[in-house]
Design a protein around this ligand. Structure first.
Ligand code: E4P
Length: 219
């Protein structure tokens, strides 16, 4: 399973990249705003900065919601760097745009997916990635992970090549659930990735090993 980090924070992207387990980055307009990035030029420069740090795909989301606007924005974003994946919302004009980008060899990520039907449409339109938002489904007391299971089943039934990018991942339990269900990619915060490191028996075991080593060395 590929690990993407879901942030526009350059320090966190660098930290994840330095860890050696990062396969890509996803951003969205809210995450860009959180970092105080606004204005066309700043946004473009920020995507370029992210692409310089990370070795892998970088999702950059369009703001337009009409077909012509999505195409214009997406083509401009795709020209910035080979790593850019054009993130397109799950709306009617978005589906048409996914089909167009796919015919032009431009990588896409269909975002804001909350049902298996939406994921089926995204795959039919040739999306490179589909982003089911599992955390937001959990937030409304539904089971986000069961959506990953349904999409995996449907895609495998027909051999769709669209990769399931489990999004809105909030914690390490989500990451493990996605891994068990065969999601191709997960995107989440650095904290969820780092939480995979943690086990109290690892900490106490290491403390004991070091103490025994020191004792044997007469320290
Ligand atoms: C997906 O690409 C989105 O950026 C993201 O995963 C949304 O997550 P959130 O629900 O934590 O905002």
């Amino acid at each position: 399973m590929k690990f993407f980090i879901d942030t526009a924070n350059l320090a966190q992207i660098k930290e994840a990249q330095d860890l050696g387990v990062l396969d890509g980055v996803t951003t969205n307009p809210s995450l860009m705003a959180k970092e105080g990035i606004s204005g066309e030029e700043n946004i473009i420069n920020h995507y370029k900065a992210i692409c310089k740090i990370v070795d892998g795909d970088v999702s950059a989301e369009v703001i337009s919601t009409d077909y012509e606007g999505i195409i214009k924005e997406g083509e401009a974003l795709a020209k910035l760097d080979d790593k850019i994946v054009v993130k397109v919302p799950m709306i009617k004009d978005g589906i048409k745009a996914l089909k167009y980008f796919s015919s032009k060899g431009i990588k896409t990520n269909c975002t804001l997916v909350f049902s298996a039907g939406q994921a089926l449409l995204a795959a039919k339109a040739g999306a490179t990635y589909v982003s089911p938002f599992i955390g937001r489904l959990d937030d409304i007391s539904t089971d986000g992970l069961s959506l990953i299971e349904d999409i995996r089943l449907i895609y495998d039934n027909y051999g769709f090549e669209t990769q399931i990018l489990a999004a809105s991942v909030r914690n390490s339990i989500h990451i493990l659930g996605c891994a068990k269900l065969g999601a191709d990619v997960m995107t989440g915060p650095l904290s969820a990735i780092l939480a995979l490191l943690k086990h109290p028996l690892t900490d106490s075991g290491l403390a004991q090993f070091l103490a025994d080593h020191a004792k044997a060395a007469g320290k």
